[in-house]
Design a protein around this ligand. Structure first.
Ligand code: PMP
Length: 409
């Protein structure tokens, strides 16, 4: 049975996709794991906010400030609803997934880590879920340990079970790999960590745009994601944290908005989430994120996941038949990301020829250099799909790869 979602109708809502590139080729945008395009309703929400409501939130007594504050806090409630958090104060607005993880590393991490402690990561982590931990570990004399993957790009769960011991102070794992597409069994991993009293942070950058996420059902302690990968504005994202943990954490940055009382000797802090939102917040993009969430709720995340799964299967079968293509990442549970290489052709050359055909893919290490070392490749070509991609897009990719074969013989 085919999914109910109509990608052609959805495409019409994304003005950027109407353009032609490289001498009149219709654009095939397959770089969604890097950033997604924006529907008109999201673009309009930003224009409306700046045209009608713009003011500094939380501080003004005037009409505009009141409206902007209301819109900002409504946006927070929309995130709460979207990820099924128990309370709106468990949602902290940040610049994106990277800032969310740095926030946890610099507050929770610095507070809890001691010499000899360990943080468990996996071989498929994005640099955003490695560097923040490396920095705090270096400061505290703690160390990172890494759960290995198998040849399909799935986590070795037996190794994970063995590595969960008393020195581990946090498990930080990606929900979906941005290179392999693997959907990790995070619910099970969180339960296993909790059995030993170890909290878990989930990097949801590649999950939230593609499937329903329920932080209470997952029982994760922290969940991080970016707006721009889910058809929302850049510069806005969210950190979910369980209220009790957020309350016990020290602030991240100091400044306006995050205080209760300030003297030159000492200060007291605002309650969560304001404690973590120093400075004038990015209210406009929070409003844009709210519009994005309503847009996705209108489609339904179940429908999104179902449609993208069908498209992934079609793309997998199609690319497997292209001569010389080797898929990288064949996990049983996958989201709509396909990495591959082509015998005898450097990924950058493939990317350049595809671009000439109007097909936008990503080539490189995808901010996962340790994963590239593990896979023994310098780089991959990555096609990543979203709700506006069609089977025609997949066919254009395959035809363009045939063109690469012609060029390189
Ligand atoms: N984690 C993963 C798995 C990602 O794919 C990305 C973005 N490529 C990030 C974290 C970082 O997201 P951002 O750059 O939006 O902060």
């Amino acid at each position: 049975m085919r999914s109910s979602l109509d990608p052609y109708r959805i495409r019409e809502e994304f003005p950027i996709l109407r353009q032609k590139v490289r001498g009149g080729k219709p654009l095939v945008y397959l770089d969604n794991a890097a950033t997604s395009q924006k529907p008109q309703v999201v673009i309009d929400s930003l224009t409306r906010f700046y045209s009608e409501d713009n003011a500094s939130v939380h501080r003004g007594v005037h009409a505009l400030s009141e409206r902007a504050t209301l819109a900002y806090e409504e946006a927070r409630r929309s995130v709460q609803r979207f990820i099924h958090a128990a309370e709106a104060r468990e949602v902290v607005f940040v610049r994106g997934c990277t800032e969310a993880i740095n926030l946890v590393a610099q507050t929770f991490g610095r507070q809890r880590l001691q010499a000899g402690d360990e943080i468990l990561l996996t071989e498929m982590e994005h640099h955003s879920n490695i560097l923040p931990w490396q920095m705090v570990c270096a400061e505290k004399g703690a160390r990172i340990r890494v759960v290995p993957i198998n040849g399909r790009g799935e986590l070795d769960m037996e190794a994970y079970a063995r590595m969960l011991h008393d020195r581990v102070k946090l498990v930080a794992v990606t929900h979906v790999s941005n290179v392999l597409g693997t959907i990790n069994p995070v619910r099970e991993m969180i339960a296993m960590a909790h059995e030993r009293g170890i909290p878990a942070l989930i990097d949801g950058a590649q999950a939230v745009p593609h499937m329903p996420v329920d932080v209470q059902e997952l029982d994760c302690d922290f969940y991080a994601f970016s707006g721009h990968k889910m058809f929302g504005p850049t510069g806005i994202g969210a950190l979910y944290g369980k209220a009790a943990l957020l309350e016990a954490m020290p602030p991240y940055q100091g400044g306006g908005s995050m205080i209760s009382l300030v003297t030159f000797d000492r200060s007291t802090y605002a309650p969560i989430p304001q404690k973590f939102e120093a400075g004038t917040p990015n209210a406009a993009d929070a409003v844009g994120l709210h519009a994005t969430i309503e847009y996705l709720e209108g489609i339904g995340m179940e429908a999104v996941a179902e449609y993208e799964h069908e498209l992934l299967e079609y793309a997998t079968h199609t690319l497997e038949r292209v001569q010389g293509v080797r898929l990288i990442g064949t996990a049983r549970e996958k989201a709509s990301v396909i990495s591959f290489e082509m015998e005898g052709v450097h990924p950058h050359d493939i990317g350049t020829i595809l671009d000439q055909e109007g097909v936008a893919v990503r080539v490189g290490h995808h901010c996962c250099q340790p994963l590239m070392s593990r896979l023994g490749v310098p780089a991959t070509v990555r096609a990543s799909f979203a709700i506006y991609n069609t089977r025609e897009d997949v066919d254009r990719l395959a035809d363009s790869l045939a063109r690469v074969r012609e060029v390189f013989g």
